[in-house]
Design a protein around this ligand. Sequence first.
Ligand code: FA5
Length: 336
Amino acid sequence: MSPPEPLASALADLDALEASGLAAFRQAETAEAVEGVRIEFLGQKQGRVRAAQERLKVLEPPDKRPYGQRFNTVKQALEAAWDAARARAERPDRAPSRGIDVTLPGHRPKLGHRHPLTQTADELVDLFGRFGFAVARGPEVEDVRHNFEALNIPPSHPARDPLDNFYLPGGMMLRSQTSTVQIRVMERQPPPVRVIAIGRVYRPDTVDATHSFMFHQIEGLMVDRGVTMADLKTLLRLFAQSYLGHDVKVRFRPSFFPFTEPSVEVDMHWHGGDRWVEMGGAGMVDPNVFRAVGYNPDEVTGFAFGLGIERLCMRRHGIDDIRLLYQNDTRFLAQF
Ligand code: FA5
C-alpha cells in the first residue's frame, strides 16, 4: 500500500484538473474534438476524473470528506462544460460552410406598389382629364381668407368654430376643404376655368368607419358663360358611372353651402345593404364668391364640387372602414 498523501497537494491537483478540463472543452469546436476531450477527462475507464476519484482511497480518513466534496464539484463542472461544448458544436451556424448551392430557388424580393388612395387620386386625375379638367394645386397650410372669407363664410359662421378646425398661430390654419383652391385659381386667371384640385384636408372629426381627422378631397370648378346645374349633375353622374360602375346609384339632395347657391349633397348607394353614403357637396358658384375674386357674376356662371377621395376608394374596392387605409398593414395594402 502506498503512503498516505497530503490533502493540500491532492486538492491542488483537483484545481488543475478542473482548469485544464474546462479549457479543453472550451477550445473543442467540432463534435469529434468534443468527444476526444470527453474521453480524456470523463472516460469511464481511463479518464482523468476517474483517476482523481481513485485517489480518494489513498487519503487519510479525515481527509476523505473534504477531498470528496471538492471532487464532486469538479466532476459536475466538467460534465456541464461537456454539455455546453456539445451543444455549441451541433449548432448549424457553427457547422463548417459547404459553399453556396446555386441550384436552390432564390428569394424573390417583394415589389412595392402605389397606395390605394394614390391609385384613386391618379385615376381621378385621368378621368377628369378626359372631361377637359386641368390639375391645380394649393397649400395645406392656408390663411383664413382662402379657407373662409372669400368663400362667403362670414366670421360668425359656425363652420369657423375653433372646435371644428385646426388653427395655427399667425392667422393660419390647416385647410378644412379643398374649396380654398377654387379661390386661388380664380385669383390667378380670368374665366373660362375648368380645373380639379386633389389634396389633404384636416378636421378634428371623431374617427369612425367613414371619418378621419385627415382625409383627401377632390375639388372641381368650372366657370364659363352659360354653365348650368344640369351640366354639374350630368358630369357627376357620368363620373360616378365611369369610376364606380354603370350600375351605381347616385342621388342629389338639396343642401346648403355658403359658397354655392343652389347647393346639393351627393350620395352614392353603398355596397351591400340598403345604405346611402355621402360622397360630396356641390352647387352653382355663389355670386359673392365671384365678386371676391374679381369675376363679374353677370357675365359668367359656374359650378363647383368637393368629393371625399377615401369614400370613393372604399366604395370602389369594397373597403368597409376608412382606418384600414391609414394603418400601413402590407397584408391589407397588397390587395390593391
Ligand atoms: C365640403 O367640404 C365642401 N367644400 C364641398 C363642396 C365643394 C361643396 C364645392 C360645394 C362646392 P363636406 O364637408 O360635406 O363639404 O365634405 C365633402 C366630402 O368630404 C364628404 O361628402 C365626404 O365624402 C368627405 N368627408 C367629410 N368629412 C370627412 C371625414 N372626416 N373623413 C373622411 N371624409 C370626409
